[in-house]
Design a binder for this molecule. Structure first.
Ligand code: DSN
Length: 428
């Protein structure tokens, strides 16, 4: 396998070979994992820069090591760009991930044992929203809200956040913090009712916008910043930056949030990643990014309609963001998420299995599959191509036991990818 042209300085043969393999995988197969994207060459270059050499525990102007004159400017630039992007009072760009960002907020605003009201993991919530497998549930008491029951009447949306349930639980349990936001939910999350319920019970409101940060930055989803005490997000999903996390918050919480990230959670910040975040925040302020965010949502809508046409049931009846959650049971009662994910992998289509509301199968097997349009929209796929991808997925899944069918689909996928390389024009 030839090495990736983006990694021309790497001389370690074994690493070069692996990077070449991954370059080939990313550019010859379809990336439909809703939480992934293709960062720009500028973001990749900043993340691979000499800033990785610098230790910078602390914050700009208050570091525990010398030699941080330049790094201070880098981090200040990232913070300025981020507050401008979201119209926020204060930004912390040091979290290594969205999970770290969420835990830092809990640490900043709560005492151990306090109650948090968040979304159920099997209905779309994240591990850090109180999964028994997450350390968050060791330190805080979680109460979980869910979605409304499935509806087969197109006029009555089902599987949407049940605000009556959120309010009832809030009144009954008096949480200190309410968490809005999800990891597998395809509808707009309105911050206003969450704020109203939080005010009614005297709770803080945190909005975990990991998935939709780019849609908010691009102006196609409502901003939670005016309503939430704190907004957390990842920088690598729809926002299309380097892998990492960030937090914006009201000024009154700034000191506690900063102390919870460092020294509460983390040691030295990754200043090379912070530089790459700064690059991504500037990219997200450009008109082209708003256009991109609009296309991500339009593509998801077209993709969802085409998947429904192929016989898949759409959880919540459709999508308003970058993601489509499929219930596989109507397509094929025997098909599990695990089998579907593995068959699609063999056909060159990368997805992830996901639980769906009230899933009778375990989280390891699942009855659902989650797909997203953020990455392949960056690569240039439009509505017609996403409709074609829906057809390829259905073909692969119907023929999942026939290697000839999977090989044929893989060939069509490769042709589509060859015409839509996300790094076209940047590499030889
Ligand atoms: N694992 C991420 C996702 O795929 O949604 C969330 O952390």
């Amino acid at each position: 396998m030839s090495p990736s042209p983006l990694d021309r300085w790497i001389t370690d043969d074994e690493v070069v070979a692996l990077l070449g393999d991954e370059w080939a995988r990313q550019t010859t197969t379809l990336q439909l994992i809703a939480s992934e994207n293709f960062a720009s060459p500028a973001v990749l270059a900043a993340a691979g820069s000499i800033l990785t050499n610098k230790y910078a525990e602390g914050y700009p102007g208050r570091r525990y090591y010398g030699g941080n004159q330049v790094v201070d400017e880098v981090e200040d630039l990232a913070r300025r760009r981020l507050t401008a992007l979201f119209g926020a009072d204060h930004a912390n760009v040091q979290p290594h991930s969205g999970a770290n960002a969420n835990v830092a907020v809990y640490e900043a605003l709560l005492e151990p044992g306090d109650t948090i009201l968040a979304m159920r993991l099997d209905q779309g919530g994240h591990l850090t929203h109180g999964s028994p497998a997450s350390i968050t549930s060791t330190f805080w008491r979680f109460v979980s809200y869910g979605v409304t029951p499935r509806s087969d009447d197109p006029a009555v949306p089902g599987e949407v956040i049940d605000f009556d349930n959120v309010r009832d639980l809030a009144l009954a349990h008096r949480p200190r913090l309410i968490v809005a936001g999800a990891t597998a939910y395809s509808r707009v999350i309105d911050p206003v009712p969450f704020r109203e319920i939080a005010d009614e019970v005297g709770a803080y409101l945190m909005f975990d916008s990991a998935h939709v940060a780019g849609l908010i930055a691009g102006g196609v989803h409502p901003s939670p910043v005016p309503y939430a005490d704190v907004v957390t997000f990842t920088t690598h999903k729809t926002l299309r930056g380097p892998r990492g996390g960030a937090i914006v918050c009201r000024e009154e919480h700034a000191k506690r949030i900063d102390s919870a990230v460092f020294p509460g959670q983390q040691g030295g910040p990754l200043e090379h990643v912070i530089a790459a975040k700064a690059v991504a925040f500037e990219e997200a302020r450009q008109p082209a990014f708003a256009d991109y965010a609009g296309r991500v949502v339009a593509n998801a809508r077209a993709f969802a309609a085409a998947l429904e046409g192929q016989g898949f049931r759409l959880v919540s009846g459709g999508t308003e963001n970058h993601m489509v959650l499929l219930d596989l049971r109507d397509f094929d009662g025997e098909l599990t998420g695990k089998v579907a994910q593995e068959a699609l992998d063999r056909a060159g289509i990368t997805t992830n299995r996901n639980t769906i509301p009230d899933d009778p199968r375990s989280a390891f097997v699942t009855s659902g599959l989650r797909v997203g349009t953020a990455a392949e929209t960056t690569a240039g796929l439009g509505e017609a191509e996403f409709a074609a991808v829906a057809g390829l997925m259905a073909r692969a899944l119907r023929g999942r036991d026939d290697e000839a069918v999977l090989t044929e689909v893989r060939r069509d996928v490769a042709a589509l990818c060859a015409a839509h390389n996300p790094y076209q024009g940047f590499v030889g």
